[in-house]
Design a protein around this ligand. Structure first.
Ligand code: GLN
Length: 204
């Protein structure tokens, strides 16, 4: 099982540390050829406008879209989630359009740039997950094929799944709780209860 982590910018090293703890082989993805042979991809937190620029420069956008359509699991955290979106509430960056969500960047204003919240995350069971939000985006609208895995107390979704695609507003790689990474890897493994299906295909 080989997991690629987009390593253009942002906190890719923290994701790699967690993946190694869980026994996954990892690949730093900087060029299209780094995507060859990977079973899953993580797009980390960072600065989404920089991601948009560098992904364009290194011709990564089309191959990542094509992977999503082939049914390769992809998980975007924070800025990575922004890139997963169908639409943003602003013009820049242009997201990849992999998941049917509309996302608001920097949704929490200056006073609460960063905070932690203990959240229920549906597939992880009743034990709460400490979610770290850093200048975080939030999901404003979800399409029909989207399963909401977690919400803030005010009801806004902050973790969503569509087939084998996952997006979280927060940073699971910055805590010791590896349950979300384990869940993501389970999507890519043969034992996954999810069957491999193209992104957006109807659930049974
Ligand atoms: N505020 C950043 C953006 O809009 C995301 C921050 C993060 O990834 N922690 O891209």
């Amino acid at each position: 099982m080989k997991t690629g982590v987009l390593a253009l910018q942002g906190d890719f090293a923290e994701h790699i540390t967690v993946l190694r703890r869980l026994g996954s082989e990892t690949v730093e993805v900087r060029l299209p050829r780094d995507l060859e042979g990977i079973d899953a991809l993580i797009m980390p937190g960072g600065e989404s406008t920089t991601f948009g620029y560098l992904m364009g420069l290194y011709h990564l956008k089309e191959p990542i879209k094509e992977m999503a359509h082939r049914g390769v699991p992809i998980w975007g955290t924070c800025a990575g989630m922004i890139m997963m979106a169908r639409e943003l509430t602003e013009d820049e960056p242009v997201p990849l359009g992999l998941m049917d969500i509309q996302v608001v960047r920097n949704a929490f204003g200056r006073q609460v740039d960063s905070f932690e919240a203990d959240l229920e995350v549906e597939p992880l069971g009743p034990e709460k997950f400490t979610a770290v939000f850093i200048r975080a985006p939030v999901i404003a609208q979800v399409g029909e094929g989207i399963r909401v895995l977690s919400r803030l107390d005010d009801g806004r979704p902050v973790a969503v799944q569509q087939g084998l695609l996952l997006a979280t507003s927060f940073h699971p790689e910055l805590t010791d709780d590896v349950r979300l990474h384990r869940y993501f890897l389970s999507l890519a493994s043969a034992e996954s209860p999810e069957t491999r299906r193209p992104a957006g295909a109807p659930q049974e």
